[in-house]
Design a binder for this molecule. Structure first.
Ligand SMILES: [Zn+2]
Length: 448
């Protein structure tokens, strides 16, 4: 569809900065022009118009760490330490999840994400052939990277799932779906298997991907204080300099690795992240909820490490709201460092847009509003008491906006939500399906 979005304030996150009374022109899936409204009206008189007068247009937000299917566990287990939470609650529940449950959970997260202005989600979960997260994202129209999470105890299964996922989905759905290889964590993936997964990733890239559209890695690293000890205990390895340094010694780190958390880092770990150009996905709400600690984000940013933002799962957050994540990010590091100048609003907005795109190696197509990029946009209504008066759009975006202020969302040039109505699926029906899936899951869980 050819579209001209006119009259809004365009927060480009690109070289044009903020354009007041601005306009964005979209042809098919691509932004072809960005400028002042009056010029654009003259240049493109016949394009279908969206009146964004008095509204704010931003690049769609990028959630760099999510487990989309886990929305079915939202509120199922709160207020436990990570290990107990995983071993006594999450994993037993998940053992009963079918492909269909995964698909329905991801449908729900996709809808929730879009309703909060998120247009790209990097999700790590189990890929099954019959139903999966990729199908759900494609159905709703959400852009995403769909991973398959790998564990030492199921190597054959992983190999088949990764091959199938890459063959069927990488670069598909008009280029909106990409895939990733997801070693779960250093304590669940043995050193030999880590290296093997690297080789598998190279092989999959050769067969199904290209340098501008790569199959990346998505993993959990340095989430909890005892991770090094757990890894040593699991695999009989020993190391002195921290978990990142250990991963580096295996030769598996690189610029295509998205490492979620990076909370407990040694000085050497931070140097290694920088040297290997590893991308960090910071999940402040999940880290706080599971009491994992606080990632040294200001130090990482000072060392020029790319830090993106994520919600983590709807069971450890418990929402997919990236506006909340941005606000927590801006506040948390000020508070723990007793320094109100850290993580200013502009920087945090970059982390959820252009730096998120860089982390996913997708920044030549998404993350900012610039001619030549894919049209992933969110339009917000600021004419509300909690967003009034207005001194700075960026300040409101970080400190005052709610997900419900997002009115319209465009992904890959398609209007997916207009005036808060999702166009691609019936939201009521998605919720009903999620409720039924939850009931059946609980039945299976309790009839063990
Ligand atoms: Zn996670």
């Amino acid at each position: 569809m050819d579209l001209a979005i006119l009259g809004g304030t365009i927060v480009t996150m690109g070289s044009r900065g903020i354009i007041r009374d601005g306009a964005v022109v979209v042809e098919s899936d691509t932004i072809i022009d960005v400028g002042r409204s009056d010029e654009i009206k003259r240049k493109y008189p016949r394009y279908e118009r969206i009146d964004a007068g008095g509204k704010i247009v931003i690049p769609g937000l990028i959630n760099a760490h999510q487990h989309a299917a886990m929305s079915l566990l939202r509120g199922y287990a709160d207020d436990y330490p990570l290990r107990e939470w995983l071993e006594n609650w999450v994993w037993p529940f998940e053992r009963h999840m079918t492909g269909y449950d995964i698909y329905v959970g991801a449908l729900l997260t996709a809808v929730e994400s879009i309703m909060g202005g998120t247009t790209t989600v990097n999700t790590m979960y189990h890929y099954l052939e019959d139903y999966n997260e990729a199908m759900a994202f494609a159905e709703v129209g959400l852009r995403g990277i769909i991973g398959h999470v790998c564990f030492s105890w199921r190597k054959d299964h992983d190999r088949k799932a990764l091959e199938e996922l890459a063959r069927k989905w990488h670069g598909k759905v008009n280029g909106t779906i990409r895939v990733s290889v997801d070693p779960h964590a250093p304590y669940t993936v043995d050193p030999e298997y880590m290296r093997k997964l690297r080789a598998i990733t190279s092989d999959l890239n050769e067969k199904y991907a290209s340098s501008s559209k790569p199959i990346i890695w998505h993993t959990h690293l340095a989430e909890t204080e005892d991770e090094a000890r757990k890894t040593e205990g699991s695999f009989g390895v020993t190391f002195k300099n921290g978990i990142i340094d250990y991963m580096n010694s295996l030769g598996v780190l690189g610029g295509d690795v998205v490492a979620a958390h990076c909370v407990h880092l040694t000085r050497r770990d931070m140097e290694t992240l920088k040297m290997r150009k590893v991308k960090v996905a910071h999940n402040p709400i999940s880290n706080l909820k599971l009491a994992s600690g606080v990632s040294p984000v200001p130090e990482l940013l000072n060392s020029d490490v790319t830090v993106a933002l994520g919600t983590d799962s709807p069971c450890s957050n418990n929402s997919a709201d990236m506006f909340e994540v941005m606000k927590f990010t801006a506040l948390l590091h000020k508070g723990v460092n007793k320094n109100p100048t850290l993580l200013p609003a502009e920087q945090v907005l970059r982390m959820a847009t252009i730096d998120g795109a860089k982390a996913l190696l997708w920044d030549h197509e998404i993350g900012s509003i610039e001619a030549g990029k894919k049209a992933d946009l969110a339009i917000l209504n600021f004419k509300k008491p909690h967003l009034w008066p207005l001194y700075s759009e960026v300040s409101h975006l970080i400190y005052a906006v709610k997900a419900s202020d997002v009115e319209t969302v465009i992904i890959n040039g398609r209007i997916i939500m207009e005036d808060r109505e999702i166009k691609t699926v019936r939201v009521e029906e998605v919720m009903e399906r999620a409720e039924k899936a939850r009931e059946k899951l609980l039945e299976r869980l309790h009839s063990r």
